[in-house]
Ligand binder design. Sequence first.
Ligand code: NAD
Length: 418
Amino acid sequence: MQVRPTDPMSPHQAVTFFFDRAADQVGLDDEMRDVLRGSYRELSVQVPVRLDDGRLMVFNGYRVQHNGARGPYKGGIRYHPDADIDEVRALAALMTWKTAIVDLPFGGAKGGVQCEPYLLSDAEKQRLTRRFTSMIGYILGVNRDIPAPDMNTNAQTMAWMMDEFGKRYGYNPACVTGKPVELGGSLGRDAATGRGVAIAMGECAKERGIPLEGASVAIQGFGNVGSWAARLLHEGGARIVAVSDVRGGIHDKGGIDISLLLPHVSATGSVVGFPRTDPITNEELLELDVEWLVPAALGGVINARNANRINARVIVEAANHPITPAADAELSDAGVVIVPDIIANAGGVTVSYFEWTQNIQQYRWDEDHVNDELHKVMTRAYRDVAAYAAEAKVDLRMAAFDIAVERVARAARLRGYV
Ligand code: NAD
């Protein structure tokens, strides 16, 4: 039996804790456990970039391929000061479990460059992206490892990656996903992670009998994932009472009109200062008395320090690993429903898969088709996990990890890894 988790744990220790718990639960043998616990390959590179003022800055970049038993490695690229090898390793492992739980023919990987992107100009970001791509390019490829956007990277970043990769290995848009639509990106990809979050919440609402329409929702993070989730939940009738970004948050008990907030964010770069709302800190947002809490920014924001002050009935992990194992144990004991990251935010990689298949077939799906297929994949995954959880009398995270670990172990065994 595992001991009760305590903070602090590094991101990789936290993900490994959940893996070990699942491995115990499904009775994984020691040899397979050794294979699935660590990364297959970890590439660490120096990324020298000439800044606009002529100085040279040397950044650390990483690409970690965790497991490829079920298919080519797949995972985003993050630009963030915390994107060190431990965090990238943790995120790569989460991608293996995520692609397995939504049953995509991919393994798991992640990449990152440790930098403060807010301090870089667009020209510097382009030089950094090209240099990083050329340094990790030899382990990438359409049937090897396919990057996508993550924190502080976007469709433009993917366009630069595709172009740089193509210079050496030949043009092939399927080498990255999350590209601009003009360069072979999929319709619906930009919204996909947030849409998947909203679909998972709808399924959870039905399964647990917790209403979503008219219910209060607080969302931390208003980037790609948070803003799309907010927009779609608002359109679906939920009451978004608070949202935040790196500069702070805003609160209105009556509900924020997201359709008016979006132009404010486009004009000012932040949710802060949106008229007729009260300012709120990121910490206060997490502790609001709301029905649904959606952390959609950083990892580890709900931890042993603030777990006893969380008031939400349901927490939906739109971000990766926003809840530490210690907080997860405390909140689960208190009866809080937690929809784990590997289901909640799997909509992004699902539409990335659709983009990859469209590129390979050289055929474009219309947006309704993308959204319908995403809906099918997300509802099936949520229902599989909820059914397992009910049958095995475990929480949703344990159920999701159990199913994912068993699927990956089966593929690894069939390939003869052990
Ligand atoms: P993003 O860069 O588009 O947005 C990040 C948001 O978080 C921004 O609003 C930013 O201001 C805010 N933020 C940054 N630091 C913060 C802090 N200290 N406190 C509060 N807010 C802060 O990133 P994203 O793509 O929306 O990713 C958000 C999360 O979702 C990440 O954990 C990412 O790994 C996860 N995720 C993203 C995708 C995807 O398709 N983009 C897919 C799966 C999971």
